[in-house]
Design a protein around this ligand. Structure first.
Ligand code: GRF
Length: 203
């Protein structure tokens, strides 16, 4: 599966994908890492791994559509067929989503539809839930919304602060995102309405 990874920050999920692909246990070829912030550490991770990377600062564009159009062009140019959001902190326009229809995935640090938004893990912690986790889903226009591919549960430890919780959610993300991408690469994700079913592996 040839993918572009979009990131705005640290890029630890990007790293887990790069590491598993390099180890030969994930059939994903990261053709491009695209960041909207020049200080995103994800750019350095890409450079270190020898993966093509590009920063398109969103502030350089007059509106969301022109910014997304530039991203679509860069992703096509890189030869990627699917788009992996890994801590990408901007909403995508229909222009972008239509260009890669059904082939844009995201990871969120909560069990959707609970606690969407940029503070998913902190909101779950503040609410006092006993179980939270993370979700990989296909992307729709609405933020943190779309058919669920895989979810993992992370039970809260009593007295745990939000930073410790975020760390444990992150560790779980690094397991489920490569898994979801491997299923996508194998063509095993079958959509039935809003439900995503996992087909058995081809033999
Ligand atoms: C992750 O918690 C992910 O769920 C959310 O943004 C964070 C990105 O972390 N969408 P990283 O940049 O991959 O370390």
């Amino acid at each position: 599966l040839r993918v572009a990874v979009l990131a705005s920050g640290n890029g630890s999920n990007l790293q887990s994908i790069l590491d598993k692909a390099a180890a030969g246990v994930l059939d994903v070829d990261v053709r491009l890492v695209l960041c909207n912030r020049p200080d995103a550490y994800a750019l350095q991770r890409a450079a270190q791994a020898g993966v093509p990377h590009l920063c398109l600062p969103h502030g350089d564009f007059p509106d969301r559509e022109s910014f997304d159009a530039a991203m679509v062009a860069a992703i096509r140019e890189a030869g990627a067929d699917a788009v992996v959001l890994a801590g990408y902190m901007r909403l995508l326009t229909p222009l972008f989503l239509n260009a890669f229809a059904g082939r844009v995935v995201n990871i969120h640090p909560a069990v959707l539809p609970a606690f969407p938004g940029v503070r998913g893990a902190a909101d779950a912690h503040a609410y006092g839930v006993k179980i939270t986790g993370c979700t990989v889903h296909f992307v729709e226009e609405k933020m943190d919304h779309g058919p669920v591919i895989i979810q993992a549960a992370v039970p809260l430890n009593p007295e745990e602060d939000v930073e410790a919780l975020k760390e444990r959610i992150h560790a779980m993300e690094h397991r489920i995102y490569p898994q979801a991408l491997q299923w996508l690469a194998q063509g095993r994700l079958v959509s039935a309405g809003r439900t995503v079913r996992l087909a058995p592996p081809a033999c």
